[in-house]
Design a protein around this ligand. Structure first.
Ligand code: CA
Length: 228
């Protein structure tokens, strides 16, 4: 089971995160101070991702992050920030962290970020499986190919990456921002529209009826989902 630690002194936010991550199938450790978080991580070296609030009663989240990184290069670290306006300041300090999230955030956003991190750091127990199967589709991650009912569908590298993201997250609503970040990378400076353009092209290739897509479904005002 994927093991995650949440460090947050505000009990309401911490409980919200804990409840939602447990519901999503993670084993969750919680800490209310930086010292407590470091102690729990020492006792649980198998934690794959740590979520660190920045404003804490003892040492701040950046200090906790530096402490973790001093001994553990592999763990994924997500910083929680209070406001997006603070990001300029924060990114400068964020050495050692892999990702950040601005409060408030949705449970779906959080689990998507954790899953993405797990994949990137290679701790995902399902990452080694070569084939992802769903309905008529088989995605082969070694050959980077997609078959539908045994017939090869020719995909661009971007389309392949989107399909892989979907098939690794069946039934989960992915925001256009999530898709952009996962496929194009977080440093990509382009527009969200590029996501829609590629989804439209993918639908033509994979859907039975492009006008009524059943595999890549639209989540109105948010993004897309693999499956209904
Ligand atoms: Ca706090």
């Amino acid at each position: 089971m994927k093991k995650v630690l949440i460090l947050e002194d505000e009990v309401n936010i911490r409980s919200f995160v804990v409840i939602n991550l447990r519901r999503a199938g993670y084993e969750v450790l919680e800490a209310g101070t930086g010292a407590e978080a470091l102690e729990k991580l020492r006792q649980n070296p198998d934690v794959g991702v740590a979520i660190l609030d920045i404003m804490l009663p003892d040492i701040d989240g950046f200090e906790v992050c530096r402490n973790i990184r001093a001994t553990d290069k592999k763990i994924g670290i997500i910083m929680l920030t209070a406001r997006s306006q603070e990001m300029d300041k924060i990114t400068g300090l964020m050495t050692g962290a892999d990702d950040y999230m601005t409060k408030p955030f949705s449970p779906a956003e959080l689990t998507a970020r954790i899953d993405a991190l797990y994949r990137r750091i290679g701790n995902d127990p399902t990452a080694d499986s070569v084939e992802l199967c769903h309905g008529p589709f088989v995605l082969n991650t070694r050959n980077r190919t997609l078959d539908k009912e045994g017939r090869r569908i020719k995909l661009t590298q971007v389309e392949y990456a989107i399909m892989k993201l979907f098939m690794q997250n069946p039934g989960r609503a992915l925001s256009r921002e999530d898709i952009l970040a996962a496929v194009w990378g977080r440093d990509y400076d382009g527009e969200l529209k590029i996501v829609d353009v590629n989804i439209r092209r993918l639908r033509i290739k994979i859907e039975d009826d492009t006008a009524n897509p059943t595999y890549i479904t639209t989540v109105w005002g948010y993004g897309y989902k693999w499956g209904a």
